[in-house]
Design a protein around this ligand. Structure first.
Ligand SMILES: Nc1nc2c(ncn2[C@@H]2O[C@H](COP(=O)(O)OP(=O)(O)OP(=O)(O)O)[C@@H](O)[C@H]2O)c(=O)[nH]1
Length: 411
């Protein structure tokens, strides 16, 4: 199955909520119109200035390794390009000036997916085969309804206001169909998400140390297993360190994932010092000439001071072996937690130097709107998304697919 269909089918039960909400808003105050030979272009006339988005933080831009798509769709592992720059130089990269916001282009409209039922006049005149389209003039009431809908879809107040303001720019009073509204919204979401859609960068350091952080249950273990499997399929040698030494079950779980991925998992006795395990794992990965060392960590936010100390001790210890480590600090977030994901980013940015995100559980009952809020607020790269519990259910983040799936557009 093409990835988009899978995304659409499994990604957002919430997308149907958004999709239905948009349909309802247009239906509510709209008027059914006979189809026009030329669908009126809802894009504004000349050059409106959309509300600018906040400056995104600099995104490291080394030649990344593409996390391969599902193995069944990618018969061969993609080539890995190792960038010339060292990881340590990356954080100092000066912020790039963001591209000035441009007015939204509505993508080519396919045949207007209008209500299948013809209008009354059409039916009376026997023109039932050409569907009518309901359009609603964009006014303050409609904008308010759109804002509320986006907020209820977890986009957060600030982002929802900015998105609707940009959608309305130059279009007040225009009559828009629900398809056109969806296209406008999808284009706005894509614009916000594009700068953050970045595969996890690979560096020439051996081992490249990837610290994986996140609250318990967010999907760290599963994500490490999926990533290890994909990097291995891409020809990389990987070592995993089971750094959550306080929970025997967590260690066992990671071992299961390591076995599935065919990757060694280093463990330590329950209750032992995670930093000392990290040091041993570093020694082993160096001795083995491993390309990647992925370190799982505890996610107990209940005692933040302890967790902070634990994470910084791991970092101190691995820096004795490689002062530029860790090269990536991945924060794994459970998308079903909605707005809570925003506060988790804030907290983990204080605990560790988060360099990128993996969003899990974007299947099932996920509430995908929070990704838009995250991108808008923090601008952290989204390296991959989890769309299931199987080893190959980790995909690169594609902003256009995501925006289409969220708004209920066909692609
Ligand atoms: N549906 C779905 N479930 C997922 C996904 N990623 C992880 N899970 C499930 O979420 C649960 C928690 O995942 P773990 O990987 O154990 O999470 P963790 O952060 O390591 O949790 P601790 O071991 O408690 O620290 C498991 O049941 C996983 O199968 C995903 O993308 N989609």
């Amino acid at each position: 199955m093409a990835f988009f269909s899978k995304l659409k089918e499994r990604l957002f039960k919430s997308s149907s909520k958004l999709e239905e909400g948009l349909d309802a808003i247009v239906e509510e105050g709209g008027v059914e119109e006979p189809p026009e030979p030329d669908t009126p272009d809802p894009t504004p006339a000349p050059d409106p200035e959309p509300t600018p988005l906040p400056d995104p933080p600099p995104v490291p831009d080394p030649a990344p390794v593409e996390i391969p798509s599902r193995p069944d769709e990618v018969p061969q592992a993609p080539p890995v390009e190792i960038p010339v720059e060292r990881a340590t130089e990356l954080p100092q990269t000066p912020p790039e000036a963001p591209a000035p916001p441009t007015p939204l282009e509505i993508p080519e409209t396919k045949a207007e997916a209008a209500p299948a039922r013809p209008g009354l006049l059409g039916r009376l005149l026997g023109r039932g085969d050409t569907p009518a389209v309901t359009r609603r003039a964009l006014d303050d009431d409609m904008l308010e309804q759109l804002e509320e809908l986006l907020i209820s879809a977890d986009m957060g107040v600030d982002t929802a206001l900015r998105v609707t303001a940009n959608m309305a720019e130059g279009r007040m009073g225009k009559r828009l169909s629900s398809l056109e509204i969806k296209q406008l919204l999808a284009a706005e979401i894509t614009r916000i998400m594009e700068p953050v859609a970045r595969p996890m960068p690979l560096y020439p350091n051996r081992p490249q140390v990837v610290l994986v952080v996140g609250v318990n249950g967010s999907g760290k273990t599963t994500t490490i297993g999926k990533l290890a499997s994909q990097f291995k399929a891409a020809g990389k040698s990987v070592v995993i360190a089971a750094g959550d030494t306080f929970r025997a079950a967590a260690v066992e779980q990671l071992q299961v994932w390591g076995d599935r991925a065919g990757v060694p998992v280093l463990t330590a006795p329950e209750g032992s010092d995670p930093a000392s395990l990290a040091f041993d794992a570093m020694t082993r990965a160096e001795a083995d000439g491993a390309d990647l060392l992925m370190i799982d960590t505890a996610g107990r936010l209940q005692n933040r001071a302890d967790l902070m100390e634990e994470l910084s001790k791991i970092v101190r210890v691995i820096r004795k072996k490689d002062p530029s480590a860790p090269h990536n600090t991945l924060l794994v977030l459970d998308a079903t937690t909605g707005q809570n994901a925003l506060s988790q980013v804030e907290i983990f940015q204080k605990l560790a130097d988060v360099s990128g995100l993996v969003m899990t559980k974007l299947d099932g009952t996920a509430r995908g709107g929070v990704l838009v809020a995250l991108a808008d607020k923090f601008g952290l790269p989204i390296h991959a998304i989890g769309v299931g519990e199987q080893i190959d259910d980790l995909a690169p983040f594609d902003p256009e697919d995501f925006a289409a799936a969220l708004t209920g557009l066909e692609r």
